[in-house]
Design a protein around this ligand. Structure first.
Ligand code: C5P
Length: 416
């Protein structure tokens, strides 16, 4: 890493007090740091501390961005091998996602074509806010790398996801982003196929997600299926991945493609799905979002059933499929610490789902009303009620992605 140059943008948040340590770690690897301090960042760490540790002058906002003579500032990004934003505040992420450039830091970010790594840090409710999560998704789509945030006690006295990743972890992510090997034993980083570095509250956790419909053969060319698209399951797997989890994604033949960065196991029938879940165990949590066929054809034909001209109609007999959710929930050995089931209901949603939770033995049931009037089945939105041992919580109607993120966050809290 010798000789690499990091353009380090220090945002305004209490986590900025950890940035001097990050600068020391970067310098200790033989890298150069060009520090840029936002006006808000200067409230939390001083230009003097930053410049002494970086061994370079601090660039800040005390200049006029519209002045020709200052255009040179833009060239700051040209010499950089990587741009790091730490802490990345909610406001900074919003600006980045929307391409705003109203101060030096945001102008540099917009003018740069270099790889960017952000270490978000903010209050837990700001982090969980749909606007921030939307911005995060946009930034990830733009190829921005993220590290953290961690879950824990916050400076504001609250608890949750939003603490900036520790400087050592950010250092690992920098090394990773520059193409070097992660530090041995860090265990906190996950390198996703598209080179996205993710560490988060679910780092080191393994979660199994089932998704999509199952197909139950009638004969080699015909099957019984259902209308599940697999959209909600795929969104949940992606949200768990984004929090750092290793995800085993066991999916039936869904119409929505599986997310990147998860271990995909494609299956067709309920029995194959059960076997795949069994093979993926042990896990810290299991989320059963698949629409598993309740029955399979008991007298499936090994060859194509022919119309024989006699007018005789084939008669199918059925057999009950294994209930994967009930089986996982009732494992006496190796049961995941948290088992989450789904309940698609068309009437008496809460009563039916509460009974289902008791019958199956899952910890939570995520219930939704799929009666046609709701437009939920096959749509992009969902309105769910989460049933736990201590009662039911109704969530407002929101995008399936947002449901997934909130669920992933609650799973992280439960496993913390
Ligand atoms: O019984 P019902 O199909 O309504 O229950 C829905 C929940 O049970 C979902 O979480 C679904 O993934 C799970 N399930 C299962 N195996 C089955 C049937 C349902 O895992 N055979």
């Amino acid at each position: 890493m010798d000789g690499k140059r990091i353009l380090l943008i220090i945002g305004g948040g209490i986590a900025a007090y950890k940035v001097p340590l990050l600068i020391r770690l970067i310098r200790a690897e033989g890298m150069q740091v060009t520090p840029v301090l936002t006006r808000a960042g200067a409230q939390f760490t001083t230009p003097m501390t930053v410049s002494v540790l970086a061994g370079e002058a601090v660039h800040d906002d005390l200049f006029d961005i519209s002045n020709e003579a200052e255009i040179g500032h833009i060239s700051l990004t040209r010499n950089a091998d990587l741009v790091v934003v730490a802490p990345a505040t909610a406001d900074m992420m919003a600006k980045m996602a929307n391409g705003l450039a109203d101060d030096l830091a945001s102008t540099l970010l917009l003018a740069s074509n270099k790889k960017v790594l952000i270490a978000p840090a903010m209050n837990v409710r700001m982090w969980n806010h749909p606007a921030t999560q939307r911005n995060l998704a946009m930034l990830r789509d733009d190829g921005i790398l993220t590290v953290g945030p961690d879950r824990g006690e916050m400076a504001c006295g609250e608890f949750g996801a939003g603490r900036m990743a520790e400087p050592e972890v950010i250092m690992d992510a920098i090394r990773d982003a520059l193409g070097g090997a992660p530090a041995l034993g860090s265990g906190l980083l996950k390198l996703l196929p598209e080179n996205k570095v993710v560490s988060g509250p679910l780092s080191g956790r393994h979660v199994i997600v089932t998704s999509g419909p199952t197909h139950e053969p009638i004969d080699p060319v015909r099957y019984i299926a259902n209308r599940s698209s697999g959209a909600q399951g795929a969104a949940i797997a992606a949200a768990l991945r984004d929090l750092g989890a290793r995800v085993s994604f066991v999916t039936g033949p869904a119409t929505v493609p599986p997310p990147e960065g998860v271990d995909v196991v494609g299956v067709e029938t309920a029995r194959q799905m059960r076997d795949a879940v069994q093979a993926a165990l042990p896990a810290d949590a299991a989320v059963m979002a698949a629409a598993v066929a309740d029955w399979r054809v008991d007298n499936a034909s090994p060859s194509k059933i022919k119309k024989d001209g006699s007018g005789n109609l084939p008669v199918l007999s059925f057999k009950e499929n294994p209930d994967i959710l009930a089986w996982v929930s009732q494992l006496t050995e190796g049961r995941p610490r948290l088992v989450v089931g789904f309940a698609a209901e068309t009437n008496d949603v809460i009563a039916n789902a509460t009974a289902k939770r008791a019958r199956k033995g899952s910890d939570w049931i995520v219930a939704n009303d799929v009666s046609p009037a709701t437009g939920i089945m096959g749509g992009t939105e969902n309105a769910v009620t989460v049933i736990r041992a201590d009662g039911a919580t109704e969530w407002p109607r929101m995008a399936k992605d947002a449901v997934a993120r909130r669920l992933a966050d609650e799973i992280a809290t439960a496993l913390a």
